[in-house]
Write a new protein. Sequence first.
Length: 490
Amino acid sequence: MARKLKTMPTSRLSVVIQNLLADLRLEGDGMTDGELLARFLSSRDEDALAALVRRHAPMVWGVCRRLLHNHHDAEDAFQATFLVLVRKAADVPRQAVANWLYGVARQTAVRLRATAAKRGRREMQVVNMPEPTVPEGRDADSQSVLDEELSRLPDHYRGVIVLCDLEGMTRKVAARQLGIPEGSVASRLARARTMLAKRLTQRGVALSGGALAAVLAQQAVSAGVPNSVVDSTIKAASLFAVGEAATTGAISVKVATLTEGVIKAMLVMKLKSAIAVVLMLGLMATGATLLIYRTAAGQDEKKSTAEKPVEPAAKKEAVGHEAPSKKTEAAKGLQLTLSADKTETHMKPGADYGAVPVKLKLTFTNTSDKPIKLNAYAVPERIKFRCVSPSPDSIRKLTGEVDMILKSPTKEDYPVLQPGKSWSPNWTPSFPGAIPDGFATIAAYSLHQPGTYKLRMTVYENLRAGDEAQAEQAVWLESNELELKVREKE
C-alpha cells in the first residue's frame, strides 16, 4: 500500500503559509541572493552574510532536522552548511544560491548521519532540551524519500521547488532571483512538481502535485529554526570569513571537521563531473593511448638512445607516480617537453586548489631522421604526473574515479610526425588542479604553501612495428623537469 504524507487541511492555510514565508524574504534591503553574495565577496560584508543566513535558515534547518533527528547534530550540520558557503562563495551560482544551499545542507546532514552510524552510537539528548516535533515512523521515512527524490531532480527544476515551495517565495520574487520570466517560473514549477510526484509514487509515496506544494510549505514552516542557532551561526560564519574562528573558539572541532569533509567531498564530486566532461572531450579529440611505431620497417634497434630519462627527485618529497622502472625501455627518436603558460603564480586563499593554476602543455618532437606515426587515440590515459614539492606538507593529492566513454579511432587519431617536427595533444591540464592519474582516474593536486614546485610527466606506451600489432614491448618517455615558483601573494 502506498504511503501518504500529511497535507494541509485547506488551501487557504497554504496561502497564509506562503505569505508568512514571503515576509521573511524582506531582509537584505530587497537584494537578490546574487547581489548579497557579490557584496559579501567584494568586501566581506557581515550584513550581507547575515542576511543570507537569515533568509535561508528555515529551509536549511528543515533539511537538517528531517535527516538528523538529534537536535545537536542538526545544529552542527546547519552551521557547517553556512561555513561551506563562506569558503566556497566564489563558486556559488549567483542565480541559484538557495538551490546550492539545499544541496550542501543535504550532503552535510547525510555525511554527519553516516559518520554517526559508523561510530555505532548516538549522542544522548540533553535533559529538558526543547525538541521540535520530528516526524516518526513511516511518515519520517516518507519525508526522507521526498528529500532524496527532490535532490535527484535536475537543478533547474529543483531550484524552483526550493524557492517557491520550501522557501515560500512568490513566482515574481523567484523569477527575479533566477533571472528568468515569471511565466517560465510557473511552467517550470508545474513541471517540477509533476516530475517529483511521479517519482514519489514510484517509491510508494502517494502524493499529488497540488498536495506536494502544501507538504513542502508545511515542512518549511514547521522547521522552527531557533533564533539562538541562527545568531550563533552568523557569528561563527562572520569570524570564519576573516580567519578568526579558530582563535575565538566560535566553531567546535566537530563542526570544523565536518565542514572540511564536505568541502573535500564537493571537490571530488566536481572532479567526477566537470573534469570528466573535459577529459571526455580531450579523449574524444585526441585519445588516451599513445602508441608509437615507425612507418619504415626494419629500424635499427641498436640506435643510440640520446633521450635518456632524467633522474627522479627525492622519493620522500615526490607526489604522484614513481619514476619509470629500469626494466622498461625508453622510447627512441622522440622527445617529450613539458611547458606552461607561465612559470610563476601565487597562493589564493579560498581557491579550490590553494593557488592560481597555470596551464600545462605537452609537446612531442621527432628527433630522428625518419617519420614517426603516432596513435593519438586518447592521450591522457597513459600520462603519469609527478611533483616534487618544497616540503611533504605543502601539497595534497586527492583521487577520484570518472566514467570514460571512448569513440572509435579514426585516421585523424594517427598523425605522422616528420623529422624535426613537433606535435601537441589537444589537452591542457592545469596545476594545481585536476590531472589524469591513469585510466578513468583523476587526481586533484592542491597547494598549501608557497615555494618552488618541480613538475614532470611520463608517458607509458607500447612500441609497435608496422601497422599490425606485433610482440609489444613496454616503453616510456619522460619529460623535462619544469619549475613552477609559487609566491605567497600576487
